[in-house]
Write a protein that binds this ligand. Structure first.
Ligand code: CTP
Length: 479
């Protein structure tokens, strides 16, 4: 990997000029450290969080910097951690005193003691995150790299500065971070680290679900999340975090009939989807679309392997999984559930003769999410047979075209009944009753079947006919 080692432009920006001046006029020393340095070297888009390590009081430095940055917000001080934050424009500057840390076995909360810069670098997660740049007058702009982080960056390796068993056991979230960085940067986890993660995987249980999900989301937002999920599986983290996916692993054979390995299939679907959608929740839907297959799997001769109702079961599991991981139980969860529940519908349609009414029903049921659903189904095509691959994709092309046609005509995406219950009640002089539901349902069915267009006039006529069938008397004068 070619690294961008020239910091001069970055270090001459207004924020760094102020930092330089404040540090030069204080007793403290200061260094930029961590993700900002790493991302600069990798030429990744410039981070807006800048971490500054201070030898001396980080809080005093923060206060002095805040005074010199016009419009900077007041300093936020976190006394217990000895950290202070200054926000200026869209930049967050975080100041922290250099420290040695030791963590307790039961929680992530460290006991903090002051230390040297090297102590501070040493206690960080990876050598590539321990790189620091001096902001001090004697060597402004010099890279300080006691653990060969630069070499690891160049070679694409994630390695811990300390013995990895200590680094991961100190803060088990780092195991997820290792896998997340490996996926985001397409790096390799050093083998000693990989073994240590495997040994310490159980320690992930002390990490809050929210932090774990943050890492999962970052993995899902990479171009090829499968790399991260395979690493999680191999190290034993996945079975503690998402056992539902582990249950999809493996191929069974009975009477010469095999089913596919739904774990690897799922990962392929996720990777495929990522080429066409940046939506985190649709990516979650791809990850979970087959989870109902493990509990519903049965071998039924002569049909072979069946996963009856797996979409329904999968949608129920989605709710429980979101709840367990303390993910939002709001419309995002409902969206994922809906995608899981409907994930086979377009496939069935595409395989058969595509009728207009089938398309209408699909659009009606998927509502505003119809395009997402088709995108998910296209990603679900993982056949290695080129002829079939082409045919399935082509079928979906036809489905998409038909959806456009149906939409132009009938606007079913956000379906509102063209005749309300109130109108029906007035026309037939009815109190709230079963008949109203029956008439509304008959109108909807007629529209979906293509018997009548999705228009008020036609729906009104249909209402009259249905009322008559039910023996109701139509009151002309009421309208
Ligand atoms: N760090 C650590 N252990 C952690 C979290 C963070 O050692 N569990 C250190 C690393 O040096 C890291 C720095 O704190 O570079 C800042 O952490 P953070 O802002 O969470 O991550 P970044 O590395 O900046 O990267 P990203 O924003 O992609 O998470």
């Amino acid at each position: 990997m070619k690294l961008l080692k020239d910091f001069s432009k970055t270090l001459s920006s207004p924020v760094f000029k102020v930092l330089q001046e404040v540090i030069a006029n204080s007793d403290a020393k200061g260094f930029v450290i961590g993700g900002f340095v790493r991302d600069h070297l990798l030429n990744r888009s410039q981070k807006k969080d800048i971490d500054i390590v201070a030898l001396g009081s980080g809080i005093d430095l923060a206060l002095a910097v805040q005074k010199k940055l016009p419009g900077a917000k007041g300093v936020q001080i976190f006394k217990t951690y000895g950290t202070a934050m200054v926000q200026w424009e869209d930049i967050d500057l975080e100041f922290v005193g250099a420290r040695k840390e030791s963590y307790s076995k039961e929680s992530r909360n460290p006991e903090v003691k002051p230390g040297t810069l090297e102590d501070d670098q040493n206690r960080r997660d990876f050598t590539i995150n321990a790189l620091a740049i001096s902001l001090n007058p004697e060597d402004y702009g010099t890279l300080i790299d006691p653990f060969n982080g630069l070499k690891d960056l160049e070679q694409g390796i994630l390695r811990t500065p300390l013995d990895p068993d200590i680094t991961y056991s100190d803060d088990p979230l780092r195991m997820m971070r290792a896998i997340r960085f490996a996926t985001q940067l397409d790096f390799t986890i050093d083998s000693a680290s990989f073994d240590a993660i495997s040994r310490n995987a159980h320690r992930i249980d002390i990490i809050t679900k929210e932090r774990i999900v943050e890492e999962l989301n970052k993995i899902l937002m990479t171009p090829k999340p499968s790399k991260g999920f395979i690493l999680m599986e191999k190290t034993g983290l996945l079975k503690r975090i998402l056992p539902e996916l582990i249950d999809l692993k493996g191929v069974e054979e009975i009477e010469g009939q095999k089913h596919k390995d739904n774990f690897y299939h799922t990962l392929e679907v996720v990777d495929n989807l990522c080429k066409n959608s940046n939506d985190l929740w649709l990516r979650w839907a791809a990850l979970l679309h087959d989870i109902g297959k493990a509990p519903t799997k049965k071998f039924k001769p002569p049909v072979g392997w069946t996963f009856h109702n797996h979409e329904f079961v999968g949608a129920k599991m989605t709710y429980r999984l979101f709840k367990r991981l303390k993910m939002p139980l709001n419309e995002k969860m409902k969206f994922v559930q809906k995608m899981v529940f409907m994930s086979s519908r377009p496939i069935i349609i595409a395989e058969e003769q595509v009728t207009d009414s089938a398309i209408r029903r699909l659009v009606f049921d998927a509502g505003p999410f119809i395009d997402d659903l088709i995108t998910l189904c296209e990603a679900d095509i993982t056949t290695k047979n080129p002829e079939r691959f082409k045919r399935y994709h082509n079928n979906f092309k036809i489905v998409r075209e038909k959806i456009i046609g149906v939409e132009e005509k009938d606007h079913l995406r956000n379906f509102q009944p063209p005749i309300s219950g109130e109108v029906i009640m007035k026309c037939f002089n009815l109190k709230p009753s079963r008949e109203i539901g029956l008439i509304k349902e008959a109108i909807k069915e007629a529209i979906l079947e293509g018997e009548i267009p999705n228009e008020q006039k036609a729906a009104f006529e249909k209402m009259k006919t249905e009322g008559k069938k039910l023996g109701l008397i139509f009151h002309e004068k009421t309208i």
